[in-house]
Design a protein around this ligand. Structure first.
Ligand SMILES: O=C(O)[C@@H](COP(=O)(O)O)OP(=O)(O)O
Length: 258
């Protein structure tokens, strides 16, 4: 029987989602469409009668703004929002800023798919020569982390995302769920995939086929051991959701960027 409800959400479309560039730890804002997606998501959740007690976000603006817009559309702006770098998007290393379709032309679609969706493959790390290195590592938000700046990742596989997220999940999120609080995690494509893998016990092979569209709430009904009692539900128009998933998958197809 379902005891708890947990909602996962990949933020609304960001500016670099639109440009098909790996965004990761670069703090891009939501696009106009992304703002609309977040508002629509809040309206849908309100229509369906859901109420949140607590929202968790990463320290990236696109996840925070999405949470704000969802809460505003629901008329639940008072709900506390808690932020942690441990919910950040996967660190895409030296791929950050690069166009996926260009990468597929240069390295092949299979390689890009492995970088994007495999469990244990870590992309090449970022170094000081990368155009976005200083922007990320000199950002004040990363002085507030529970690890020294030098220990922050320089690239991550999905497994490494789960490794840094799980301590936070177990110490901070789980106790709130166990108190009976309805939690929304306004996160990212890969941080949500990592959590889904953990909660649903998805194998390393099967996680490759899990892709999340932007701005679409995922409802998990959990038992007292926080195990799902039924398949995850992506809320909204199912045909539109399938089209949005395909669009994200197709971002890795070879095509010269304009
Ligand atoms: O880092 C990014 O560019 C995307 C994920 O990219 P893919 O894994 O889909 O390539 O993360 P998000 O938009 O959810 O923050």
């Amino acid at each position: 029987m379902s005891k708890y409800r947990l909602f996962l959400l990949r933020h609304g479309e960001g500016a670099w989602n639109k440009e098909n560039r790996f965004c990761s730890w670069v703090d891009q804002k939501l696009s106009e469409d992304g703002v609309k997606e977040a508002r629509d998501c809040g309206r849908l959740l309100k229509e369906q009668g859901y109420k949140f007690d607590l929202v968790f976000t990463s320290v990236l603006s696109r996840s925070i703004h999405t949470a704000w817009l969802v809460l505003e559309a629901m008329g639940q702006e008072w709900v506390p929002v808690v932020k942690s770098w441990r919910l950040n998007e996967r660190h895409y290393g030296s791929l950050i800023g690069l166009n996926r379709a260009d990468m597929a032309l240069q390295h092949g679609e299979e390689k890009v798919k492995l970088w994007r969706r495999s469990y244990a493959i870590t992309p090449p790390p970022i170094d000081e020569s990368h155009p976005h290195f200083l922007e990320i590592y000199n950002d004040r938000r990363y002085t507030t982390c529970d690890v020294p700046k030098e220990s922050l990742p320089r690239a991550e596989s999905l497994k490494e995302v789960l490794d840094r997220m799980l301590p936070y999940w177990n110490s901070t999120v789980v106790p709130e769920i166990r108190k009976g609080r309805t939690v929304l995690i306004s996160g990212h494509g890969n941080s949500c995939r990592a959590l889904l893998k953990h909660l649903e016990g998805i194998s390393d092979e099967d996680i490759v086929r899990v892709t999340l569209p932007t701005g679409t709430p995922v409802l998990l009904e959990l038992d007292e051991n926080l195990k799902p009692v039924k398949p995850r539900q992506l809320l909204g128009d199912q045909a539109k959701i399938q089209a949005a998933i395909k669009k994200v998958e197709d971002q890795g197809k070879a095509k010269a960027s304009t």
